[in-house]
Design a protein around this ligand. Structure first.
Ligand SMILES: Nc1ncnc2c1ncn2[C@@H]1O[C@H](COP(=O)(O)OP(=O)(O)OP(=O)(O)O)[C@@H](O)[C@H]1O
Ligand SMILES: [Mg+2]
Length: 241
């Protein structure tokens, strides 16, 4: 049993077959880079794991718990960073994160300690009490990551966590994800930035037209395709079609 097990996952949106039988597994404590062209089905996969989208067929489990039929139980173990979302701009990160913690069933005291801990880890401490609308994109992304971590979940599902960040901000987020995995958490994140995958991922999976077409360690994939880096691997296997 892996931390994340997906078998034969299918999703039809009216006339679009977004997932056509996706198989994917992630071992506990791994960082998994989920790559693929625009529209390949990455966000749909994450949304099914979180329960935001219903699968048309197939199976998905988190720590052995059925994420499709027993979503309430499975969701206790996941922290999710969506691809994009609105935040309460007139509130401060501290207030927003306090709401999120309380919604997860934590007491105010526990949440307030947890916020300090997370803020330290992801470099948000100095901005906890400024209004969200005044913060940079990088800091907004940190708030998104903080809300995903608030209830100390074991599995982190991050949809493009480094998109739009400058190289310093990207490195911080990458380091944080690697540190979570070193503490035994499982991280699955989608991205188009293959150099990020190369830096921190144990395993990379490439999804194309709703199917996983390649999976392995960055080194294995480079060797298999005689490529100098993952960009080259990607260009070889994922043609627009
Ligand atoms: N709500 C929806 N209704 C109809 N089609 C959708 C919906 N959401 C996604 N799709 C379609 O499903 C396919 C997969 O989309 P998805 O957002 O999962 O891709 P993605 O890999 O996350 O792409 P990107 O890299 O651009 O974020 C695309 O063809 C997309 O247009
Ligand atoms: Mg997406």
């Amino acid at each position: 049993m892996g931390a994340i097990d997906i078998r034969g996952l299918k999703k039809d949106y009216k006339d679009v077959q977004a997932l056509r039988g996706l198989d994917l597994s992630v071992e506990a404590g791994q960082v998994y880079g989920f790559c693929g062209p625009n529209g390949a089905g990455k966000s749909t996969t994450l949304k099914i794991l979180v329960g935001l989208v219903f699968a048309t067929g197939g199976e998905a489990s988190l720590k052995g718990i059925d994420a499709i039929n027993n979503g309430v139980e499975a969701r206790k173990h996941i922290g999710y960073l969506p691809e994009s979302y609105g935040m309460p701009n007139s509130d401060t990160p501290r207030k927003f994160l306090t709401y999120m913690g309380i919604l997860s069933g934590m007491s105010k005291d526990v949440v307030s300690k947890r916020i300090e801990e997370i803020a330290k880890e992801i470099n948000l401490t100095d901005n906890l009490d400024r209004k969200i609308k005044t913060l940079s994109k990088g800091n907004k992304q940190r708030i998104g990551i903080a809300q995903a971590l608030i209830h100390d979940p074991d599995i982190l599902l991050f949809d493009e966590p480094t998109t739009g960040l400058d190289p310093l901000g990207r490195n911080e987020v990458l380091d944080a994800m690697k540190a979570f995995a070193n503490r035994g958490k499982t991280v699955l994140f989608s991205t188009h930035i293959l150099s990020d995958v190369e830096k921190i991922c144990d395993t990379v999976g490439i999804i194309h037209n709703g199917l996983l077409i390649e999976q392995g360690s960055p080194e294995e994939l480079r060797k298999k395709h005689g490529a100098k880096d993952l960009d080259e691997v990607f260009l070889k296997v994922a043609k627009h079609g």
